[in-house]
Design a protein around this ligand. Structure first.
Ligand SMILES: Cc1cc2nc3c(=O)[nH]c(=O)nc-3n(C[C@H](O)[C@H](O)[C@H](O)COP(=O)(O)OP(=O)(O)OC[C@H]3O[C@@H](n4cnc5c(N)ncnc54)[C@H](O)[C@@H]3O)c2cc1C
Length: 413
């Protein structure tokens, strides 16, 4: 049996940052990280953006250089898959190896890309995207592809469509919603994006789904549920993730109704020696007074760090305002708070001018902001304003007026 004071399962953003968090508080405690993938901890956003377009090298994908873990005396066990957690024995079993003993355990197991189980989905040339190998496979296939079909009109689908277009592939996007990023951005921005995408030569087919993939020996296209056929030498599914929560559920940890792992404000699960962070963790968000689980890079980053510090004894609550970013061609935008789905928005700036911010209100209270190309001063003030949760009638007119700085609306502290 291998014994560690701190054991981390998962080599993504949350697991990787937990190493930093533990070491910031405890310089000596023994640390091991079990990464099911054969890579040191890495982040996924470049896989659909800079790494997919070859603007960023593989080095930019990893959180830290290889030497870092030796310097921090953290043992990486790469390609080691945990198969069971035994809370009563403080033990983790692994595939093909000796079990690990822990004092404190972090579950940072994230998710895996969903694949649609349709006829032809196992043909070569049909991909999902979650790992370095997936991104490499798509890039290799794109080299010989003239046409690609991208399934899904959310962030991953929209980013992959942009990246493949930049690689010279003719892309068709297919998704069941009525517009791009329907659940996430206002209609006016969806329309603006559609115009931009079509201007780059991307064909957009909303309100439909594939029924089967065609081709012999390699994918050649798809038949849609409206009878239309689409030619494609390459298919990428961006249709969501399935959480890796079996370990937590089988260990008897309390799960949320939506399938995440329930944690308290210190990111502790129902077992006081087991923490959870990142895509799998559902935490009590005090800013919005609700339990939330968010599948975003910054939440994994800040929760991993906080969980690590708390495992090492710091015990501070996780209060971070959730944050997200995306790059779609030359449009980079940032999102703070919880804007999902609200139709009540105030626009500052102009879409055509390329510099704008949407302020989202839910029940008359500011709940989130999506901003693109705003000044540094404004993007510093926006998260503070979201934390204040002002009422619509107090700020809407001023937000729509660019001559009034956002910082002037933030409460003095
Ligand atoms: C292509 C792509 C682009 C993205 N772009 C953005 C973006 O622009 N902005 C943004 O905010 N978010 C983005 N995201 C989402 C973001 O990457 C995730 O929220 C983040 O990766 C979650 O980190 P995590 O550490 O919780 O989980 P993961 O990154 O999924 O890492 C979990 C790791 O644990 C491993 N694991 C699971 N079970 C076991 C086990 N039993 N034993 C050992 N290891 C195990 C998995 O193999 C995996 O390596 C993107 C995601 C993808 C896939």
């Amino acid at each position: 049996m291998q014994r560690y004071q701190y054991l981390i399962i998962g080599g993504g953003m949350a697991g990787g940052r937990a190493v930093d968090g533990i070491r910031a508080i405890d310089p000596d405690g023994t640390i091991a990280l079990l990464a099911g993938e054969a890579h040191r901890p890495y982040q996924r956003p470049p896989l659909s953006k800079g790494y997919m377009t070859d603007k960023e090298a593989l080095d930019a994908v990893f959180l830290k250089p290889e030497e870092y873990y030796a310097e921090k005396h953290a043992d990486l066990h790469l390609g080691v898959w945990a198969t069971a957690v035994r809370p009563a024995d403080h033990m983790v079993e692994v595939r093909n190896g000796e079990p690990f003993h822990y004092d404190k355990l972090l579950l940072a197991t994230g998710g895996q890309a969903k694949r649609l189980s349709l006829p032809g989905a196992d043909l070569p040339g049909v991909f999902a995207l979650r790992t370095i190998e997936d991104s490499d496979g798509i890039k290799a296939a794109a080299q010989n592809a003239k046409t690609a079909l991208v399934l899904g009109g959310s962030y991953i689908g929209s980013e992959v469509a942009a990246s493949l277009t930049q690689r010279g592939v003719q892309v068709t996007m297919v998704f069941p919603e009525s517009r791009l990023l329907e659940r996430l951005i206002p209609e006016a921005l969806s329309q603006h994006l559609r115009t931009k995408y079509e201007g780059k030569g991307i064909r957009i087919l909303p309100g439909t789904k594939p029924e089967r993939f065609t081709g012999e020996g390699h994918v050649q296209g798809a038949v849609l549920d409206n009878g239309q056929t689409v030619e494609a030498d390459l298919v990428v599914m961006g249709v969501g993730i399935r959480l890796n929560t079996e370990l937590a559920a089988e260990a008897g940890l309390e799960m949320s109704e939506q399938g995440g792992v329930r944690v308290d404000r210190f990111l502790r699960t129902s077992d006081p020696d087991i923490y959870a962070a990142g895509d799998i963790a559902e935490w009590p968000d005090r800013i919005f007074d609700m339990r939330r689980r968010v599948e975003h890079w910054d939440v994994a980053r800040t929760q991993g760090l906080r969980a690590g510090r708390n495992m090492a004894g710091e015990n501070k609550s996780y209060p971070t305002l959730s944050y997200f970013f995306s790059d779609l061609f030359d449009l980079s935008f940032e999102v703070w708070g919880n804007p999902a789905g609200s139709p009540d928005v105030v626009l500052r700036g102009s879409l055509d001018g390329g510099s704008f911010a949407f302020f989202y209100f839910v029940d008359g209270v500011l709940s989130g902001v999506l901003a693109a190309n705003r000044s540094k001063e404004e993007t510093k003030a926006i998260p503070r304003l979201v934390r204040d949760r002002p009422r619509r009638e107090d700020v809407a007119d001023s937000l729509a007026d660019e001559s009034i700085p956002v910082s002037s609306l933030v409460e003095e502290r």
